[in-house]
Design a protein around this ligand. Structure first.
Ligand code: ZN
Length: 307
């Protein structure tokens, strides 16, 4: 079975329709975690009363962040820590909703029977600034181990299933569907589910540039209201959701089925307590200095009106 995801990098310029209805460009990586956006676009063709939406596919987080930071896209579905880091660097982003909850698994080779067996082994994460990295740290801590007990490497997500099958790494944690691929290929197994380590963990968020929000408040409200409505539908995980994925990700149905079992698309409001747990983990792991406060980073105005 091939586990190839087709990536293309797109560059796009912000667009204003002649009649003033904005086209909102939202960047994404083809991962299970952006499922609500796929469904939104698939069901409604990207055209709504107050705005049009255009999903712009990227092949890597740095490429996506570059487009977001320079205003080539108005928003993105992105790892929350990367967006927090951008905010620290002075890019005025606001998180308006979560992408999902849970939905990460720790994959290991079959010889690994417990977390302790990972001592001295190579373990892959997608990015230093990721919930996957925080989950790894929490898993090790739970077993009385230190982060330094494992040789942690950053690796592009699509490479991880092959690296595991070739014994270049002993395990990995990454956005889906790359965990499900290793299981489906019978090359790896689920060592832990993310909710065993950190229930309802935050991972991806829907962010918008604050300059866009401030000059397009009606469109922002409509976008978030529609997003919440679609997320409730997505949680049913019915054929509409599966058909939506077909349009945005080339992935085997069995892999997608498994990966959707692990993820939750409901309750996407960003809660202060949960955000602060995440923020404290960033500080505890010394990932970067002065992560933004809840008030600086999160704008729940729109989701509160939507719910
Ligand atoms: Zn995610």
């Amino acid at each position: 079975m091939a586990f190839i995801l087709l990536f293309t990098t797109s560059c796009a310029q912000p667009t204003q329709q002649p009649e003033g209805k904005p086209t909102i460009k939202i960047g994404y990586l083809p991962i299970t975690h952006a499922g609500v956006l796929y469904m939104d676009n698939h069901l409604y063709g990207g055209e709504f009363a107050e705005y049009n939406i255009e999903l712009v596919k990227f092949s890597s987080w740095p490429d996506l962040m570059d487009a977001l930071n320079t205003g080539r896209v108005e928003g993105a579905s992105v790892l929350v820590e990367l967006a927090m880091k951008a905010k620290v660097k002075g890019i005025d982003l606001k998180a308006v909703a979560l992408g999902h909850k849970d939905g990460n698994v720790i994959i290991s080779s079959k010889e690994i029977e417990s977390t302790k067996d990972l001592i001295g082994k190579t373990f892959a994460i997608p990015h230093k600034y990721s919930t996957q990295n925080i989950l790894l740290n929490k898993m090790l801590k739970k077993e009385g181990l230190n982060y330094e007990d494992v040789d942690v490497v950053e690796m592009p997500p699509a490479e991880m299933p092959a690296a595991l099958s070739e014994n270049r790494i002993s395990g990995y944690i990454v956005a889906e569907p790359f965990g499900a691929m290793a299981v489906q290929l019978d090359k790896g197994k689920v060592l832990h589910q993310s909710d065993e380590i950190w229930p309802n963990s935050y991972c991806c968020v829907l962010v918008l540039r604050n300059d866009f929000i401030q000059s397009n408040q009606t469109a922002t409200q409509s976008l978030v209201t529609q997003y919440v409505k679609t997320s409730e539908q997505a949680e049913h995980k019915d054929k509409d959701l599966f058909n939506s994925f077909d349009q945005y990700m080339k992935v085997e149905k069995e892999v997608l089925d498994l990966s959707l079992e692990w993820i939750s698309f409901d309750g996407l409001r960003i809660e202060k307590d949960e955000y602060n747990k995440l923020r404290n983990s960033v500080i505890e792991m010394d990932l970067f200095e002065n992560p933004p406060s809840f008030e600086e980073f999160v704008d729940n105005t729109y989701i509160d009106k939507a719910m």
